[in-house]
Design a protein around this ligand. Structure first.
Ligand code: FMN
Length: 266
């Protein structure tokens, strides 16, 4: 099969997943690339036509060894018609556990045929200057590996005559999946003395958890702790400072700092 078109379908609050997908797509090379950014809240309800005549690259970050629930919901709105797909999870140097398997099950249920999958590295959303967690990743070597993966995908797809000939992909993970747990009652806090009410945090929040008229009143029930807002704040007024998060940061820093490398499955 020849790849004429690529569709990037991703949920990527802090942008690392998107960057990895872009490099994979550059390695595949196609006449056209369409981007379906499922990160903004509108993606929860936006209608999308079935995806056909394209290779879909699905990308999601790993949250507690799983696909973020909100990302899974948005992916479920996409429909394939035996459409070939590449599955990519991006994680912060701890583990990706069941996330890739979950993405495989989900996309197959939606009518896609996975041809390849990968676990890539991104700077951990909880990373700070004091406790850096996989800082700067994906770095140049990661993006090179992503582009090489793209070339491997192109060669594999070229060798396949029809979508029906795609054999089932084997990826690591366990089912039933690991139970995802979310800290309750936690959300970033705003330093009112620094906040200029510019709205940058509101614009990037994937779950509309920050009320437009009161950025300090982040709804902890809606917040997924993605840290898009703390990264986007131009004056450093927002921080995820809860002691439980700080404890997690310290544990990650002490236990998960040894560099991990991308893994691909073809
Ligand atoms: C709530 C939450 C849970 C996370 N859980 C994991 C995890 O289980 N393993 C891991 O290695 N990284 C984990 N991370 C880090 C993200 O997977 C990583 O930062 C990823 O690069 C973020 O992708 P994005 O830039 O596309 O948003 C977690 C991040 C958040 C916010």
């Amino acid at each position: 099969m020849k790849i004429h078109s690529i569709t990037l379908a991703y949920f990527s609050p802090t942008g690392t997943t998107r960057r990895v997908l872009e490099s994979i797509a550059a390695g595949i090379t196609a006449d056209g690339i369409t981007r379906l950014d499922l990160t903004p809240p509108e993606a929860q309800t936006r209608a999308t036509a079935p995806l056909r005549d394209t290779l879909v690259l699905f990308g999601a970050p790993v949250y507690a060894g799983r696909i973020p629930a909100v990302a899974a919901e948005r992916f479920r709105r996409l429909q394939g018609e035996g459409t070939p797909a590449v599955l990519v999870v991006v994680y912060g140097n701890r583990l990706f556990e069941d996330a890739l398997l979950e993405l495989q099950h989900l996309t197959v249920e939606c009518g896609f045929r996975p041809v390849a999958g990968g676990g890539f590295l991104g700077e951990h959303s909880f990373s700070t200057a004091e406790l850096p967690l996989s800082p700067g990743r994906p770095d140049a070597a990661d993006l090179q590996r992503a582009a090489d993966f793209g070339r491997q995908i192109r060669e594999k797809v070229w060798r396949i005559a029809h979508v029906e000939d795609i054999s089932p992909l084997s990826v690591p993970g366990n089912f039933p999946y690991r139970e995802g747990h979310k800290l309750t009652g936690v959300a970033p806090v705003t330093d009112a003395a620094l906040c200029t009410r510019c709205g940058a945090c509101i614009a990037v929040c994937p779950t509309a958890a920050i009320p437009p008229d009161d950025p300090a009143a982040t709804d902890p029930a809606a917040c997924i702790l993605c840290c898009a807002c703390t990264r986007a704040c131009p004056v450093g007024a927002r921080a995820l400072a809860d002691p439980r998060i700080q404890q997690t940061r310290r544990w990650l820093y002490e236990s998960c700092s040894a560099r991990k490398e991308p893994e691909v499955y073809l």
